[in-house]
Design a protein around this ligand. Structure first.
Ligand SMILES: Cc1cc2nc3c(=O)[nH]c(=O)nc-3n(C[C@H](O)[C@H](O)[C@H](O)COP(=O)(O)O)c2cc1C
Length: 209
């Protein structure tokens, strides 16, 4: 297994369910292969700022034509993109915020969906993802239960983004209904944790060779 990129984006550093689930997935991967490199990216603690005017212009300028200022402005995006490209597995803790992803995760997405790096133009204006072969585990948490309804702009959105950069191997572990009372909250978290345990019991080596 190549490096694991462990991303969290919950603004909560304590009592975060998405963080608990993503940690459990990383622990399973480490148990299967203790020497695996884990790269940590905590967007809930430190996220890139929204794309600014210099960066936007730089993204839209072919690399040889970029000004020195534009090249400099892309340093943070370059680093995050290189980090993503270096990993073979991504573990993403992703709470639902206003039916979609937290702004910190959206900012990261805007930095790593990069022409010529994570996707490229091919013939007839078509686009091709360049991150094929990577696997993503998405650990979601939400107060309500939007999965499978038109309110869910979290999972379908992440699927579009990952597919766009060439990643189609996505496994979800969901803890929904966390505000539906203490009993339902506990049941939901326990069920997601159990799903993680079951998913990895005896299967991880086969998935990553
Ligand atoms: C800014 C914000 C927006 C939220 N929007 C939604 C929402 O649209 N739907 C929902 O079910 N829960 C929503 N929640 C609740 C969170 O999804 C829930 O508290 C979840 O447990 C957060 O993940 P965490 O435990 O990893 O911090 C929102 C929470 C915050 C802070």
């Amino acid at each position: 297994m190549g490096a694991v990129l462990h991303i969290d984006c919950s603004a909560r550093t304590a009592n975060s369910v998405s963080r608990k689930l993503s940690r459990a997935v990383v622990d399973e991967l480490l148990e299967a292969e203790p020497s695996v490199e884990v790269i940590r990216r905590d967007l809930g603690v430190s996220a890139p700022p929204p794309v600014n005017s210099i960066e936007a212009a730089a993204f839209l300028t072919p690399p040889p034509d970029r000004t020195e200022e534009q090249v400099k402005a892309l340093a943070a995006s370059d680093a995050l993109t290189a980090e993503l490209l270096s990993a073979s597995t991504i573990v993403l803790g992703a709470p639902m915020y206003n039916f979609s992803v937290p702004a910190s995760l959206k900012a990261w997405i805007d930095y790593v969906v990069r022409a010529g790096k994570t996707f490229r133009r091919v013939a007839n204006g078509e686009l091709e993802g360049l991150c094929g072969g990577k696997k993503v585990y998405v650990c979601t948490a939400s107060s309500g239960k939007a999965k499978g309804t038109k309110l869910d702009h979290l999972r379908p959105y992440l699927e579009v983004i990952f597919d766009f950069i060439g990643i189609t191997d996505i496994v979800y572990f969901d803890a929904e209904g966390l505000a539906w009372g203490a009993e339902e909250r506990e049941r939901s978290i326990n069920s997601a944790m159990e799903n993680i345990r079951q998913h990895f019991s005896g299967r991880v080596e086969k998935q990553h060779v």
